[in-house]
Design a protein around this ligand. Structure first.
Ligand code: B12
Length: 211
């Protein structure tokens, strides 16, 4: 459908108003929310992720695309619920203690939400104990931890240790990410997986839930 391609393009351009209008028009024409999500939004955000990775798109543009995705998801959400689209799984997310960076985490959350997962976002500067309590309350399948500083990334270990000590480590798969984080670091702190960006995060979540 021509409009789906246009939706993806306007999302890449970061035009929230156009994206919101096109989303409503597609719904009015009878496109299903899943089609709009997968063939419009996720297709567009995949390109954004790739361009970000290759350095073709910069942070302000990425944030505009993220806002545009939010504008569309706001319109789609009631339809997704009404159509009884089941969540593919619950994912708890947060930036670790001492760290005030949340743009990357939010982007990962949006991409995962776009891929059909339910996100419980604890925000930034989250204490280890708060993660433990949220695991007990929300019973997520996956916990996504974000850190952007070489100092705060150490709190990933503190957090995972607290989760282990509370006896709930076996209940949740832990995915870590953020600019200073690596696969080697993920292995060292006892995480189940590492993803370097939002596009890879969606792939990793699928792998973790299939395992
Ligand atoms: C924006 C920014 C800020 C903003 C944050 C605003 C916000 N709401 O997030 C503000 C101004 C608050 C800030 C503050 C500071 N910052 Co700053 N900041 C940045 C900057 C420029 C961009 C970060 C960003 O948003 N990138 C864009 C997003 C989309 O990318 P991303 O975060 O990497 O996320 C992607 C991946 O990492 C991954 N990912 C992220 N989280 C997760 C989670 C999971 C589960 C998974 C799977 C993947 C994943 O996927 C994301 C999407 O693809 C970076 C430099 C840079 N280019 O990275 C410095 C940077 C991170 N900051 C830095 C520093 C030093 C600071 C300060 C200490 C500065 C100061 N002296 O006060 C403070 C620290 C405050 C604190 N306690 O946290 C350093 C860190 C150095 C280091 N290695 O430790 C950097 C690298 C700049 C530099 N080159 O010096 N910062």
């Amino acid at each position: 459908m021509k409009e789906l391609q246009e939706l993806a393009e306007q999302l890449i351009n970061g035009y929230s108003d156009h994206v919101a209008r096109l989303t409503q028009e597609l719904l009015d024409k009878g496109a299903t929310p899943q089609t709009i999500l997968n063939e419009g939004l996720v297709a567009g955000m995949t390109v954004v992720g790739e361009r970000m990775r290759s350095g073709e798109m910069y942070l302000p543009e990425v944030l505009q695309s993220a806002s545009a995705m939010h504008a569309s998801l706001k319109i789609l959400k009631p339809h997704l619920v009404r159509d009884g689209v089941e969540s593919r799984g619950k994912i708890l997310m947060g930036t670790v203690k001492g760290d005030m960076h949340d743009i990357g985490k939010n982007l990962v959350g949006i991409m995962l939400e776009g891929a059909g997962y339910e996100i419980v976002d604890l925000g930034l500067n989250v204490q280890a104990q708060k993660f433990v309590e949220a695991i007990q309350t929300h019973k997520p399948a996956i916990l996504g931890l974000s850190a952007m500083l070489t100092t705060t990334m150490l709190h990933m270990k503190t957090t995972i240790d607290a989760i282990t000590q509370a006896g709930v480590r076996a209940n949740v798969k832990i995915l870590v990410g953020g600019a200073p984080v690596s696969q080697k670091f993920a292995d060292e702190v006892g995480a189940d997986a590492y993803a370097r960006d939002a596009v890879k995060a969606v792939d990793k979540v699928k792998e973790l839930l299939a395992a």
